[in-house]
Design a protein around this ligand. Structure first.
Ligand code: NDP
Length: 289
């Protein structure tokens, strides 16, 4: 059996088309253009690429995009002042502070300063609490994208055993909450988990969010399981070229899983599409207040 490949690229494209219609409708009905503000502190090259992509896609969909590119030595007070100003700007509906921040800035303090109604990354504790209590807050974009991809292969997830490998606030924990809310039986694994291969073998849904290239082997996968590979790892071939791989040994898993996301082209493209979806939702909520 060869697994179905779940294309994050294709699903992100159709989600963006849907969001584009929502943006046009909001403009027509309320004269409101959803606005996203992206704040980047420092010159981390990977962050610069992410921010450029976010700005490009925001504008391509008809939203307004503004960005603050701040020097690495920006003080906490200066950064919080920028966020305060964005919190009160009625033309801005979503605020995203690109992580990681330089070491002298505490990400928790920064995230907690964002108005939860504009926290389109879903990292503020207000939104984290809503997610774990099945409330209508903002859900972090990568797990939200994963849920879309899961539903594209299986509508009803109730009763399935989901194993999430990784417990970060950005991916693992919110993913586990979403799966629990979908009535899965959820196990969260991490670096101290014992017997990880057997645990993975018991998963109907396996989400890998570790950051270790091809750690999850083909024979760790239950035949027919749905595998979502969130990991993005750059590895070097013997000839010096580099390529991106996930946390799962994709070729081996393809022969065993029922459905699997590739890397690249899996959850990655869905992440920005879900950021746009959250920004549209924030703008809609602002007009219905
Ligand atoms: P973190 O480093 O924050 O978390 C990694 C998690 O993996 C931790 O919970 C850690 O456990 C766990 N872990 C580490 N080693 C092992 C092991 N040997 N066995 C089991 N668990 C282990 O990473 P993120 O969650 O931020 O990201 C994970 C991956 O997803 C990365 O490759 C990242 O690049 C990618 N990513 C992709 C995104 C996308 O858009 N597709 C978005 C965000 C991330 P412990 O807590 O015990 O340390």
């Amino acid at each position: 059996m060869t697994a179905t490949r779940i294309s994050g690229t294709a699903h992100a494209e159709s989600l963006r088309a849907e969001i584009g219609l929502g943006v046009a409708n909001l403009k027509a009905s309320h004269g409101v253009t959803p606005g996203l503000a992206v704040v980047l502190v420092g010159e981390d090259p990977a962050s610069q690429v992410y921010v450029r992509n976010k700005i490009k896609q925001t504008e391509a969909i008809g939203m307004r995009s503004i960005h603050h590119l701040l020097p690495a030595e920006t003080s906490a007070a200066e950064l919080l002042a920028v966020i305060d100003q964005l919190n009160t700007d009625p033309t801005i509906h979503g605020i995203l502070v690109q992580l990681p921040l330089p070491a002298h800035l505490d990400p928790t303090v920064v995230i907690e300063t964002i108005d939860p109604a504009k926290d389109v990354d879903g990292f503020h504790t207000h939104n984290v609490g809503l997610l774990w209590t099945e409330g209508a807050g903002f859900v972090p974009c990568t797990p939200l994208g994963c849920l879309h991809l899961l539903h594209s292969v299986r509508r009803d997830l109730a009763g399935l055993h989901a194993v999430v490998v990784g417990r970060s606030n950005i991916v693992g924990r919110p993913m586990a909450a979403l799966l629990l809310n979908a009535s899965c039986t959820v196990t969260i694994a991490h670096s101290k988990t014992q017997g990880l291969p057997d645990l993975c073998r018991s998963a109907d849904i396996l989400v890998a969010a570790v950051g270790r290239p091809q750690m999850i082997q083909g024979d760790w996968i239950k035949p027919g399981a749905i595998v979502l590979d969130v990991g993005i790892n750059r590895i070097q071939a013997p000839n010096g070229t580099t390529r991106l791989v996930g946390d799962v040994d994709f070729e081996a898993a393809l022969a065993i899983a029922g459905a699997i996301t590739p890397v690249p082209g899996g959850p990655g493209p869905m992440t920005i599409a879900c950021l746009l979806a959250n920004t549209l939702e924030a703008a809609k909520r602002s007009v219905s207040k």
